[in-house]
Design a protein around this ligand. Sequence first.
Ligand code: NI
Length: 403
Amino acid sequence: MVISMKGKSKKIIHQMINIRRDLHENPELSGEEYETSKKIQQVLTKYGIPFEAGFAKTGVLGIIKGAKPGKTVALRADIDALPITEQTNLPFSSKMNGKMHACGHDAHTAMLLGAGILLNEVKDSLQGTILLVFQPAEENAPSGGAAKMMEDGVFSTYTPDVIIGQHVWPDLPVGNIGVKPGPIMANSDRFKVVIKGEGGHASMPHQAIDAVIVANQVITSLQTIVSRNVDPVDSAVITIGKIEGGYRYNVIADMVTLEGTVRTFTNETKQLIKEKFYQVVTGIVQSMGAKVEIQYMDGYPATVNTPIWADQIKETATNLFGKNSTPRVEPCMGGEDFGRFLQKYPGVFYWLGTSIGEGQKPLHDPQFMVNEDALPYGIELMAQAAIDILKKLNDKKESVVHE
Ligand code: NI
């Protein structure tokens, strides 16, 4: 029997939008998602979906068991918000000062609940198990909530054969799905460099070691790693996002702190940059007579899609939304905790078009908005992908048995 989710979200969409707006009004930061977790559990309870809670403190695992035993597909949503003050003027703007769902995780949570409700309705026709993974602390790189959930045994009873994650995507229009085999999100490392010179009077530089000048050389030279050491057909980014130092106009600064991030897609390029980073920074600082402390923090690994499951999302999306719904996309340099799940299990991470059109601001912007017209697409695609992938996995298993 072929189960189709096309149009099935209609009857629940109003409620899912209300859930999304309630989460949006009441955002909670990474590791503090207590009320969010309770709300998720309330919805699962209301619809009779069994669950376990408390993974990585606030994480929840919904469990939908089909009529017959079979393979396991996990669907994942992240649930946390960001320390940003919202500036959208939406009627359901954040009520929490300095906290905002500026990455759409409110929509992810509502869509996964919606997909879960639809899948629970057809569970008697399913073979296998579908897991609903509500993950906290995605924004808290590099520790994140994914590894903690797995340490806490989220998959100890049911082990995913495939895991699927989706993310709202402001660069794609509603109705479009962005997916590709291989890397789709980057290795995302973070660094802090403290340069220590010697202070002095602005008029007597010869008696000081000017940490500002040293920092200036370091910043410029770090950019040559990407332009001169990385293979030009590969991609990498080094960004210094914060620089701090100095006291006043006529004092030579004794200390400057630089903070930034390194983004790469392959492990080789990541290691190359990390090594060069240390060489460049220590070499320059020493040559100028200053001292340095380097903290290089390995962050989320690249999110690397399993080719067959990336192709499956394309096929499922095409069946649901038409043949123009999956335009070609290039990988994004953003980091994503989902990469940790994909290091352990095969699966796919895809982007759901949520552009509001003109005036669309990027993810993590205080004016970021999600186009709620995209929610039915996200709900139906997640649910259908789980069904299609389960079917493919079970068919595969049977064909092996028959051989
Ligand atoms: Ni996000």
